[in-house]
Design a protein around this ligand. Structure first.
Ligand code: 5AD
Ligand code: SF4
Length: 433
């Protein structure tokens, strides 16, 4: 049995895909190891959405290359978004990479490994399939509290900064009953929570089933007590989806709603298809329909051409909308994207850094105030594991906020009622009731 070592970078979809790759390889008599030195095949499942992931992977490839000197037969492969986006850079004798496979060609991996072994040639499989959903391959879920379930793949939005439509291809959704089967199997394995995944998850559509109806179907599975989803696009929040979220106790009251920028001109050149006003109205509508909902967001600073005044508008919207937390990034140009072809990356690095620092500082304060407002409130918390201090456990509220509290009896997967006593910008501290 050949041993395979897989390292995963980037988003949850990549973690999920790694488990899909393991299922596929296990079906072809491959085994797995956690130690690269023991492996006969090494795969890096890569991300190219943002700069740091990209750089990290490149360093790691250079770093692992020396293992090939010790084991001449070692096969090294690059999977995921970088494989799709940077194939030319990854080919070539000095890089040390033998297999390059984008996110839609994992079913061919056993064949590719054999081909490289037999012929000694480098090979790659890059074709993005229009229809691959891996519906017939259930990932090997490691035991735990939360299981991820990809319900759709790809993205047709073409935000101008984003590489995803090029690395993960066109939007396609799985059959809803196939998704439900996977969730039922996960519930049977003891999972209490599932997170429905997609690059553009609320664009889900399969026949009569849109995302709202899919969530209802998933919520009918006994044993699953919490349902989350990520990441949606603000353009796809039909009333029935919000009503389902408001009325269905299993669906967690947390929406990650990526804003990206606060200025209309910037939003337009990003091709986000909404204005500041439309986004504000959506946030207000969501908060009215789903009281207590936790809203989080993504922001990019320093998009090409972003002026100081335009950035100030992002700060204004952040101040006004009071997100519970945010992921904040400096713009970084990605090959193939519309922005890389049309808009020169002209905001100086130092300006990007200053903007990011100001934004992070502002959001940290808002997160702290929002968390402090929970002091004195009670939450139902799903325990995930031990906390930092001895005797402490960490769990999450329905709104996805981390809560630390002391308990010597509770185990991962248990629910508890906790009263909040203190708060930082990242965590709530409470007492078990
Ligand atoms: N530069 C900076 N941030 C980016 N994101 C996506 N592409 C880029 C890029 N080229 C951010 C967006 C998106 C999140 C997943 O990553 O904010 O919502
Ligand atoms: Fe990228 Fe925009 Fe699609 Fe999100 S919606 S994956 S940011 S193109």
């Amino acid at each position: 049995m050949k041993k395979v070592y897989i390292e995963t970078y980037g988003c949850q979809m990549n973690e999920y895909d790694t488990e899909i790759v393991k299922t596929i390889l296990a079906g072809h008599q491959f085994g797995f190891t956690e130690v690269p030195e023991e492996a006969e095949v090494i795969f890096l499942n890569t991300c190219s959405v943002r700069e740091n992931a990209h750089q990290k992977v490149q360093n790691r490839i250079a770093n692992l290359k020396h293992l090939k000197r010790r084991n001449k037969k070692l096969i090294m492969g690059v999977l995921g978004c970088m494989a799709q986006n940077l194939r030319d850079e990854l080919l070539g004798d000095n890089v040390g990479v033998d297999i390059i496979a984008g996110p839609d060609s994992y079913k061919k991996l056993p064949e590719l490994i054999r081909h490289v072994e037999d012929s000694g040639e480098k090979d790659f499989a890059l074709t993005l399939s229009e229809f691959e959903t891996y519906s017939d391959v259930f990932p090997r879920a490691e035991a735990g509290i939360n299981a991820w379930v990809a319900v759709m793949r790809g993205c047709d939005n073409f935000c101008t900064f984003c590489v995803v439509p090029y690395t993960r291809g066109r939007e396609r959704s799985r059959d809803p009953f196939n998704v439900q089967d996977e969730v039922r199997q996960l519930a049977g394995q003891g999972f209490k929570q599932v997170t429905l995944l997609g690059q553009n998850v609320n664009s889900y559509r399969s026949g009569e089933y849109d995302f709202g109806r899919l969530m209802k179907l998933v919520s009918e599975v006994d044993g699953i007590e919490r349902i989350r989803f990520t990441s949606p696009h603000p353009k796809d929040f039909p009333e029935n989806l919000l009503q389902e979220m408001a009325g269905n106790p299993k669906i967690c009251k947390h929406i990650h709603l990526p804003l990206q920028a606060g200025n209309d001109r910037v939003l337009q050149v990003m091709n986000r298809t909404y204005t500041r006003r439309e986004f504000e109205n959506l946030a207000a509508h969501i908060r009215q329909l789903i009281p207590g909902v936790v809203l989080t967001t993504d922001i990019i600073v320093g998009f090409p051409g972003e002026t100081d005044a335009e950035f100030e508008e992002t700060l204004q919207v952040i101040r006004e909308l009071q997100f519970d937390s945010a992921f904040m990034f400096k713009y970084s140009e990605r090959k193939q994207t519309i922005a890389s072809r049309k808009y020169p990356d002209d905001v100086p690095e130092q300006v990007k850094s200053e903007r990011l620092d100001r934004l992070i500082e502002l959001q940290r304060l808002i997160s702290l105030l929002k968390n402090e407002a929970h002091i004195g409130q009670k939450f139902k918390v799903l325990v995930e594991g031990p906390g930092r201090k001895t005797g402490q456990v960490i769990g999450r509220t329905d709104g996805n906020k981390a809560v630390a509290f002391f308990s010597d009896k509770l185990l991962p997967g248990d629910f508890a009622e906790v009263a909040i006593q203190a708060a930082s910008a990242n965590t709530l501290m409470g007492e078990l009731l």
